[in-house]
Design a protein. Structure first.
Lengths: 284, 335
């Protein structure tokens, strides 16, 4: 039996040849499926049963129970919805904002370029976690505000990346040609420049899903994110950390969930870079 | 070089001003009420009014900003709403501990990340390389607070090898404060028992904080080394019959230094702020803990102070990296 045609193409082969990439992709897909199927796979993440506190993993409670007798598996599964949503929303917002700024800076050039990039520098210089803390403290701790806070510190990377790409692509012959044919600047930007700058952005986005999840969970851990009893992974680690001695599973399960999720998207990013970005390719 | 430096210093001032402005904006165009947070929910409206008046919170935003800027030029960051002390002296108290922790983490990262990266590159695709790469991947994805909790449980509670949270054994007297860094001050004072205790307290938080950087550094060193090792001059050096050691360290590592330097610069910047989580868990009296308590208490002047100092540190480090570029790589000159 031969593989379908798209799996035999050169980029696909390069993607599939690397076991890390395949693992990352598989993990990411499994995580998304778990998040989508949470109502089927897991029970009530908030249901307390004080008679069954801090019980070890068993057939009934795969990941054991926490200090309130809640099923850790259910909480971790429902938590995946929160973390993945944070990851995707933050990256989408950062891409949109950073992309627009970088595009404008690269296409307009001159004064606007200078102004926009200096503003970008300001946000890059912000201490990420402290800014995020300040924003969620000011707006009140909630999931939505965590997303705003993390997006506020992650968009500048995209602005820089896209600007550099635009500057490189802008002078290529086919863009010049479109200008010679009388294409308006807006049309040039969206039809000719943008599609040819997306590759590195996609790679960066994959890495950033992981780091957004990590940052958001960190905020949850120090209490600036989702509030208890919400099954947010960072908050779960924090709530159960005092029971590490009696019930290591209660804090380890959400922590490992964070680790695996971040790892998956990092591996995916590595693989995408290898396939899509020939210059960034490191020989293995 | 001089004009480059001047231009970059100009940028730096602009960026730091911008950071301050944005911090001011965030802390003033927000629903949270610092007065209510400071006085508690039982405060009478008159008390809140008096408090707001005392700290100028009742003025229009632009007047508050002008006051803040004027004070800033006098070197006054205002008073903390929480500790009631000038923020600048708070920062002076808390910053050295963070700096000490960051340096410790950096030492850890260089001590392990650098050799691991070199080894991985030299033994590309062999078991050693795979182990280093796996460790680096996992290290880059591990939540630092979980690592901290595990390390405390294992090395402190179970094995008893290392002391728990804090900077010093509570039975010991702190050395006379010179740099603010406990280890350094103890050594300067010649109090070796204190020095030893402070050093032992530093090991775990520094290693935990440095774990992520170690992973990143190992990855960067590995790929930079691989890049360099395939260059013609390295092949030439080998063909000449130079010892592998000489080629590795003199020809390859030195040329791999530049990308590594960049990473280390950005790591140093991120460590200063990444210390927030580590400091919280290890009760480390640095600006990370200070910022966290300030943010919880809606003490925005203090949060702004921390943000300004961190922004300044970040910008200075970046400038330093750029200057070091020119030092390490003669091909780079700044006109």
């Amino acid at each position: 039996m031969t593989a379908p045609a798209f799996l035999r193409s050169k980029p696909a082969r390069r993607f599939l040849r690397n076991p890390g990439t395949v693992l990352g992709t598989a993990l990411a897909v499994v995580l998304v499926v778990i998040a989508l199927l949470a109502p089927v796979l897991a029970g009530d993440p908030l249901l307390q049963n004080l008679g069954h506190r801090l019980q070890g993993p068993s057939a009934q409670h795969w990941f054991g129970t926490d200090q309130l007798g809640r099923d850790v598996w259910s909480r971790v599964v429902w938590g995946s919805r929160i973390s993945l949503r944070i990851g995707f929303v933050v990256v989408a917002v950062s891409l949109a904002v950073g992309g627009a700024v970088g595009m404008a800076a690269g296409m307009l050039g001159g004064f606007w370029d200078e102004l926009l990039m200096r503003v970008t520098d300001i946000f890059l210089a912000f201490p990420a976690l402290i800014l995020a803390m300040a924003i969620s403290a000011a707006l009140g701790p909630s999931l939505g505000n965590v997303m705003i806070a993390v997006a506020a510190v992650s968009w500048p990377n995209y602005a820089r990346l896209l600007r550099a790409q635009v500057l490189a692509v802008r002078t290529l012959d086919y863009v010049e040609a479109s200008r010679a044919l009388g294409a308006a600047r807006f049309r040039q930007a969206f039809l000719h420049v943008l599609p040819n700058t997306l590759t590195p952005l996609l790679v960066q986005a994959s890495f950033d899903i992981g780091s957004a999840i990590l940052t958001a969970a960190g905020l949850g851990f120090i209490g600036f994110g989702a509030q208890p009893p919400t099954p947010e992974w960072g908050a779960m680690v924090s709530e159960t950390r005092n029971f590490i001695n009696e019930a290591p599973w209660a804090s380890s399960a959400p922590a490992l969930a964070i680790l695996v999720t971040v790892l998956a998207f990092n591996l995916l990013g590595d693989g995408l870079r290898d396939v899509l970005d020939p210059r960034g390719r490191t020989r293995r | 070089m001089l004009s480059f430096l001047l231009r970059r210093l100009g940028y730096l001032i602009f960026v730091v001003w911008g950071v301050g402005f944005a911090a001011f904006f965030i802390s003033h165009i927000v629903p949270a009420d610092p007065a209510a947070a400071a006085l508690g929910s039982n405060a009478r409206p008159a008390q809140i009014e008096a408090y707001r008046h005392k700290y100028g919170l009742d003025l229009p935003a632009y007047q508050q900003y002008l006051r803040y800027m004027v004070d800033l030029f006098r070197g006054d960051l205002g008073n903390s709403l929480r500790t009631q002390r000038p923020i600048l002296s708070d920062l002076k108290d808390f910053f050295p501990a963070t700096f000490e922790l960051t340096l410790g983490a950096m030492v850890f990262a260089v001590l392990f990340g650098l050799p691991f990266g070199v080894i991985a590159a030299l033994y590309q695709d062999r078991p050693l390389d795979l182990i280093v790469r796996t460790l680096a991947l996992v290290g880059g994805a591990t939540p630092v607070y979980w690592l901290a909790i595990l390390a405390l449980e294992l090395f402190h509670s179970r094995l008893g090898w290392l002391p728990g949270p804090g900077e010093l054994n509570p039975y010991l007297i702190e050395p006379h404060r010179i740099t603010g860094m406990m280890v350094v001050d103890a050594a300067l004072a010649g109090e070796w028992q204190v020095f030893w205790s402070a050093l032992r307290h530093l090991i775990m938080p520094a290693a935990v904080l440095g774990a992520f950087s170690t992973a990143l550094l190992a990855r960067m060193v590995r790929s930079a080394m691989l890049e360099v090792l395939s260059q013609d001059y390295v092949r030439t050096a080998r063909a000449k019959g130079l010892a592998g050691r000489v080629v590795t360290f003199k020809h390859a590592l030195r040329n791999a230094a530049l990308p590594v330097l960049t990473v280390m610069g950005s790591l140093l910047g991120s460590l200063l702020t990444g210390a927030v989580l580590t400091e919280t868990i290890f009760s480390w009296p640095g600006i990370g803990s200070y910022a966290t308590s300030s943010a919880i208490g809606l003490d925005f002047p203090a949060v702004m102070g921390v943000t300004l100092v961190a922004g300044l540190a970040y910008s200075l480090i970046n400038l330093l990296v750029d200057v070091l570029y020119a030092v390490f790589d003669p091909r780079i000159t700044y006109a």
